[in-house]
Design a protein around this ligand. Structure first.
Ligand SMILES: NC(=O)c1ccc[n+]([C@@H]2O[C@H](COP(=O)([O-])OP(=O)(O)OC[C@H]3O[C@@H](n4cnc5c(N)ncnc54)[C@H](O)[C@@H]3O)[C@@H](O)[C@H]2O)c1
Ligand SMILES: O=c1ccn([C@@H]2O[C@H](COP(=O)(O)OP(=O)(O)O[C@H]3O[C@H](CO)[C@@H](O)[C@H](O)[C@H]3O)[C@@H](O)[C@H]2O)c(=O)[nH]1
Length: 320
């Protein structure tokens, strides 16, 4: 049965891909985005677009919506360390307003983009949802605060909610790929080096307690992630806040990512070692057992070379 969904942040990378999947499934999609980091052309065709802020969501939300998928946020770890107030204001303040607007309008279903950054430096990998949450940067802290807010909203006001804790999202889907301005994420940056748009990739720290000294992350294809959102909409139960990690369960170091880009693109990628970036945990790798059990989700595009190949194809089409 098709539904009507408000997608906040749907002009961004992940929100755009999820909106596209909803449209392909026959759903009606309204994208609410203030274009602070997103792009008008990132809104998939077939979606209605409202240029506006989640703090004003009450203007557009009404009981005709079946659910909200909430992607709108600032999400750069390094920036959050330098400007924490920006993250509390937008991610926490904005979501508080959105939850209020949903309550007012009687929209009682939510899927929220949480993050691996809520865990901080893990004691054990792969990380399970019951692991301690000790974020090492304000970005992760702001997302954890929102998760707590949603837990309360579900318990007190019967919200049906799922938080999806993404690990490192990568790859592309059709016209939708990763693009930040200025670019800040590892894979698109390495691809820019392969394209000749940058001289070298800076490896942020090579003295971490990992096999090659560089940080290890769990890269998940954005289309696998999108499929989890459609499953989460169905799995959400009134009064329950379900939290699921989304990752492949495989860790790749920064150096392994750089090497994969060399292999996939056939281009040289010079690297230089730079200081550690504040707030970066050494290793983030997911256990996605809960997503498998509760959502019936399993990733089908787990191969890093395939993920990089999709991102490369997108980067070549959108070279700047
Ligand atoms: N990309 C990742 O690796 C990753 C990993 C974990 C979690 N996440 C989360 O997923 C979500 C989407 O991330 P992304 O990579 O697509 O980022 P993005 O920057 O491409 O998209 C975020 C979108 O939200 C919009 N936005 C921000 N604040 C807004 C506001 N107050 N009102 C309306 N719109 C607003 C931006 O304009 C942008 O289009 C974020 O919540 C992020 O924290 C991303
Ligand atoms: O020029 C660069 C950029 C990044 N890195 C490293 O590459 C890794 C990945 O960095 P990045 O692509 O910026 O992603 P993360 O900082 O790991 O954060 C992403 O993944 C998190 C979950 O793991 C999400 O919460 C965030 O929203 C999302 O941006 C990190 O170890 C960085 O230190 C470099 O060495 N050089």
């Amino acid at each position: 049965m098709s539904g009507k969904y408000l997608v906040t942040g749907g002009a961004g990378y992940v929100g755009g891909v999820v909106a596209r999947h909803l449209i392909e499934a026959g759903d009606e999609v309204v994208v609410l985005d203030n274009l602070s980091t997103g792009f008008r052309e990132g809104v998939p065709s077939g979606a209605s677009f409202v240029e506006g802020d989640i703090r004003d969501a009450a203007k557009w939300l009404d009981a005709s919506f079946d659910a909200v998928l909430h992607f709108a946020a600032f999400s750069q770890v390094g920036e959050s360390v330098a400007k924490p107030e920006k993250y509390w204001e937008n991610n926490v303040g904005g979501t508080m307003a959105l939850l209020g607007a949903m309550r007012e309008a009687g929209v009682r279903r939510l899927v929220f983009s949480s993050t691996a950054a809520t865990y901080g430096e893990p004691e054990q990998v792969p990380i399970v949802e019951t692991a301690p949450t000790r974020p090492t940067n304000p970005y992760g802290a702001s997302k954890l605060a929102v998760d707590h807010m949603i837990t309360g909203e579900a318990a007190a006001h019967g919200l049906a909610a799922v938080s999806l804790r993404y690990f490192n999202v990568a790859g592309a889907y059709g016209e939708h790929g990763e693009r930040h301005d200025p670019e800040s994420h590892l894979i698109p940056l390495v691809l820019q080096v392969a394209q000749g748009g940058r001289e070298a990739i800076s490896v942020f720290g090579d003295d971490y307690p990992t096999p090659d000294g560089t940080c290890v992350r769990d890269y998940i294809h954005v289309a696998d992630l999108a499929e989890a959102h459609l499953l989460a909409l169905k799995a959400a139960r009134p009064g329950e806040h379900l939290i699921c990690n989304l990752g492949n369960g495989n860790g790749f170091s920064v150096r392994e990512v750089v090497e994969t880009v060399r292999q996939v693109t056939g281009h040289p990628v010079p690297e230089v070692v730079a200081p550690r970036r504040d707030g970066d945990p050494a290793v983030l790798v997911a256990s996605a057992a809960t997503a498998r059990e509760r959502l019936g989700w399993s990733p089908s595009r787990a191969d890093l070379a395939g993920i990089v190949a999709d991102a490369w194809e997108f980067a070549q089409r959108h070279a700047r």
